[in-house]
Design a protein around this ligand. Structure first.
Ligand code: IPE
Ligand code: IPE
Ligand code: MG
Length: 250
């Protein structure tokens, strides 16, 4: 089997000045709206605008993979009205943006437990993914009804179905079944909105990602804010378990 990407625990990945893969928890939409005495959903609408800017900014900076947490497996706990509005915004964004993505050589992927979404949304997702399947400049992954625990369990169950006679699972067995198997592990994780937690995002894949937390609310997170995150990333020493001295020897 050809190994397309290094695992941060099995190998030491190549690193550069620009992260290959940026993963973002886009948090703070509700508070952004509240600060303006607007309904929470107004913050989500503004948040969609920032997604568009971020896709463009990542493309310009040579980032190859952008992964966005749009709706967690726990976000169904929100008021029904807010959930409905988020679904509508997702539909609208897909209707509007997919052609532009194709034009900009941007591949769309949507990962998560999609079975819970209605058929119209699922059709739009399938259409968007198929249309942009050959685009390679930037891969944008939207995590929708996604949970890190779901991802790991889903992968384990799928592996088990394919290998009913194998007793033990190894890391390299599981990796191809995870929902981001087509991407290297995130180099840089960003969470906007001030909270310093993972909230069941990419539990497996963030093993050696550099973590960056900012108080900036997602609807205010622009290209300059992205550059500040990348500047912070550049200062980090990515040791992957080794010592600083070992890095200097290389
Ligand atoms: C993130 O913003 C968007 C989603 C979770 C869908 P929030 O809606 O969580 O905003 P805050 O955290 O309440 O400000
Ligand atoms: C995480 O944000 C999920 C998304 C951004 C989609 P939340 O706002 O749901 O996270 P918690 O509940 O504050 O941890
Ligand atoms: Mg939040």
């Amino acid at each position: 089997m050809i190994k397309r990407f290094f695992s941060s625990t099995a190998d030491i990945p190549e690193t550069g000045d620009v992260p290959r893969h940026v993963a973002i928890i886009m948090d703070g939409n509700g508070r952004w709206a509240k600060n303006r005495l607007m309904p929470r959903v107004a913050g989500h609408a503004q948040g969609v605008e920032r997604v568009r800017d971020m896709v463009e900014a990542c493309g310009k900076r040579g980032i190859e993979f952008l992964t966005l947490f749009a709706f967690s497996s726990e976000n169904w706990r929100r008021p029904q009205e807010e959930v409905n509005r988020l679904m509508e915004l997702f539909v609208m964004a897909l209707e509007r943006e997919v052609d532009k993505m194709l034009g900009n050589d941007v591949r769309l992927k949507v990962v998560g437990d999609l079975g819970r979404f209605d058929q119209r949304l699922r059709d739009l997702i399938a259409h968007g993914e198929a249309l942009t399947a050959d685009c390679r400049r930037l891969t944008v992954t939207v995590c929708a009804n996604y949970g890190g625990r779901w991802d790991i369990l889903n992968a384990m169950n799928a592996w088990r179905r394919d290998h009913p006679d194998q007793a033990e699972i190894r890391e390299e067995d599981l990796a191809p079944y995870l929902s981001l198997a087509y991407a290297p592990e995130p180099d840089l994780f960003i969470r906007t909105g001030g909270e310093q937690r993972i909230s069941n995002f990419l539990l497996w894949q963030l093993a050696y990602s550099e973590l960056y937390f900012t108080d900036t609310l997602w609807p205010d997170f622009d290209a300059q804010a992205l550059d500040r995150a990348i500047a912070s990333y550049r200062k980090r020493e990515r040791r992957f378990g080794r010592t600083s001295e070992q890095l200097l020897e290389r």
